[in-house]
Design a protein around this ligand. Structure first.
Ligand SMILES: NC(=O)c1ccc[n+]([C@@H]2O[C@H](COP(=O)([O-])OP(=O)(O)OC[C@H]3O[C@@H](n4cnc5c(N)ncnc54)[C@H](OP(=O)(O)O)[C@@H]3O)[C@@H](O)[C@H]2O)c1
Length: 239
């Protein structure tokens, strides 16, 4: 087993499915999340390929846990930051906004910053993160969620340019899903909802191909372009 990946947020949904794909393809996988029993069941499925570290990205243990995991794996080739939180915030609830920011912004930035520096020392590596199509424009239904996902995409673009300037083979992949059938997909009016297995397979392929940006599923590219081009006079009726 030569290749090593850490997946932050691998207990359920997209992250769990990705962990299974990497394990099946003979990668050594470091899987994380808060729900210990789900990590244990994942590890029991692939005892040779999966090791786990149980931690909450908001609890100040991120760097220690990542160092621990990297040491146990014997190095690292790929980090996937997939943990995410989002709730409709109809009344602009501060508890929701604060939690969203802690997980999707602070947790993301701390871990990705640390790993980019680690890869600079190593001279190579690959970072992927799950943002969202929701990050393309502001959302009146979940303002903090859309803003946090925009933060991820913009940060990842910055890292992509930084790696290019450094002339180092550090690859950056921004994963932008539309709707995927998990507990995270909430709210009315969903369309083009992808089964989680299909979404994970497309993410796995995009990462293998070292894509800079991947729309999941691929046809969400159309929605992304339409959202970018839409004047605010029209967008404000749906956003
Ligand atoms: N489903 C969609 O339609 C959709 C669309 C666009 C983007 N996304 C993004 O895709 C990613 C995966 O979501 P999903 O749809 O697969 O939903 P999910 O099944 O709810 O997965 C969320 C993952 O994040 C982890 N997580 C949440 N809070 C955490 C915390 N405080 N510390 C550590 N880990 C935490 C969860 O693990 P624990 O609960 O065990 O900690 C879980 O593994 C998210 O970033 C989400 O924003 C999803």
């Amino acid at each position: 087993m030569d290749n090593k990946v850490i997946i932050i947020g691998a207990t359920s949904g997209i992250g769990r499915e990705l962990a299974i794909l990497y394990a099946r393809n003979n990668w050594l996988v470091g899987a994380t999340g808060r729900r210990k029993e789900l990590l244990q069941s994942l590890q029991a499925e692939f005892p040779e390929n999966i090791i786990t570290e149980c931690f909450d990205v908001t609890e100040g243990e991120n760097i220690e846990s990542i160092k621990n995991l990297t040491q146990q794996l014997g190095g690292l080739d790929l980090l996937v930051y997939n943990s995410g939180y989002g709730e409709p915030s109809k009344h602009l609830d501060w508890q929701i906004d604060e939690r969203t920011t802690k997980i999707n912004v602070n947790g993301f930035a701390e871990i990705v910053n640390f790993i980019f520096n680690y890869f600079m020392v190593e001279g190579k590596g690959h970072i992927a993160a799950t943002s969202s199509i929701a990050g393309i424009r502001g959302s009146s239904f979940a303002p903090a969620y859309s803003a946090s996902k925009a933060y991820i995409s913009t940060y990842m673009e910055g890292l992509y340019i930084k790696a290019t300037k450094l002339k180092l083979p550090i690859y950056i992949t921004d994963i932008q899903p539309g709707f995927v059938q998990t507990s995270m997909a909430k709210g009315e009016g969903q369309f083009w909802v992808s089964p989680v297995e299909k979404a994970a397979q497309q993410i796995y392929t995009a990462i293998n191909q070292k894509k800079r940006k991947a729309y999941i599923t691929k046809r969400w590219w159309l929605v992304a372009k339409a959202m970018c081009l839409m004047p605010i006079s029209i967008y404000k009726k749906i956003g």
